[in-house]
Design a protein. Sequence first.
Length: 562
Amino acid sequence: MFQQLQSLPLEAQIEQLTRHFISINSINGTAGEGEIIEEIHRIVSSFPYFVQNPDHVWIQSIQDDAIGRKNLFAFIEGDGASTQTVIYHSHIDTVGIEDFGLMQEKAFSPDDLKVFFADYILNEDVRQDALSGDWLFGRGSVDMKSGAAVHLANMLHFSQHRDQLQGNVLLLFNGDEEGEHKGIIHALSELKRLKEQHGLDYVLAINDDFITPLYDGDEHRYIYTGAAGKLLPCFYIYGKEVHVGDTLSGIDPNLVAAKITEKLHNNFQLTEFIPGEMVLPPTCLYQRDNKQSYTVQTATSSRLYFNYFIYEASPEQVMKQLKEQVQQACSEVTEYLQAQFQHSLLVTGLPSRDLSWEVDVVTYEEYVEQLQQKGINTDMILQQVMNGEDKKELRELSFKLVDALQQADPEKKPRVILFFAAPYLPHNYLTDNERDQQLQSSIEHVLSEVQEETGELFSLKKFFPYLADGSFLSIHETEEELGALINNFPKWDELYPLPFATIRELNIPSVNMGVYGKDGHKWTERVYKPYSFNTLPLLIRKTTTHVLSKYHKHAYDNAPLV
């Protein structure tokens, strides 16, 4: 492909690469995640620099991955054999295409979608964008095949202009960003190896995940100097099952689940207050009971989990806040059932009964301790579950672990057990230390320069408001502060063993300078070409050269990389 790309101007290079990447089905969880890496490896290997330095581009296989995912690395050594290295990283997987409905066969064809949306009278904004010719449609167009294309075009540029680099550029393409983040997590070991064996000093990682308008008429191009973190708080609710003819003598776990959802879902009072930042509230992602078929018995248990963004808060703070909210929810359920029972006595004329609607609220850590004090071997119970499962769905397996503990408890008390499950993403942001403030200053300088040159209106923010792989490149919590996460995460060491020590050792600042578009994760997904294919790659180049010039340091070991 090098022969096709070299004669094209920058914008055309990126568009051709984006179209090519869109045409490759790399939906998360499919073999396409590995196939697109193989294709990109073929493309990068055709660049003259990599023809001359074949050991500077390589593939890392993801260990024990059922569908054969891979990571791609490519390294450009700048003039001067410097240790200072900027990382370019992008994910190459996409969400599915179910949202396209009858248009699924067109999901990977930008031209067909452009023709369709040019006559799409149900959404005037989409129609006008299609008619303008400035937007490219298709699954992955904005999230984020175009971002990968931008990084690849810049790699081609620097491979031909190494004299512009007072340091190095390391490219990383990975999959599974839309799922469990296996790609970036496994890449950490390779980043550590390069650091140890070649003395690379990672001064900055640049992700180019998509940015989008935050309100109607928003013309800003947002640049983020960090990434939000994520917790997945889970709630296992054990009720008191009864026949539907006597429901007030029991406790329906679905009622408790509904009350918890009411308390937490979209509750902005639970978000962190960080002036000027786009913070997002907890969102319920899953809620159901354990019944597998129709009966006239109420459910014995229910389960739900939430997407919970964290910005500066720790897992310990979140757990404390959640426990308070759930205790309040359970108190309201108790009060409601008491009131309904008293009203039922008036309606039926029956005598009162001695009933209880109290619901205990405990964290997973507290519950394990309670069971152990009763002489129950919790480790054996958990391992039996692990031995009998294929671990294909981490959330479901986590609930089975908690359910097994509940089944072993002779008390059978109505309760809510709070715990965490995968995925967990650390928050990554620039601090007040000297290194981070120098980076902040460099980015501000480059943005000011590019804004003056192009007329673009930039806005610098602290946290990329969505999920991004850059979260795994640095961590701020101490081991003690992470205790609230690990101790409340069933079988953490087997289900989601994040290499915290490696992340802490690497400690790579990650900024997001993203492609610009609309409707990520929607069938109307589209990327804006003038900014994304022209201004953005130049912005990333300027940032790269400016940062490397400030941190210029010699002594790179140019021994073979692989």
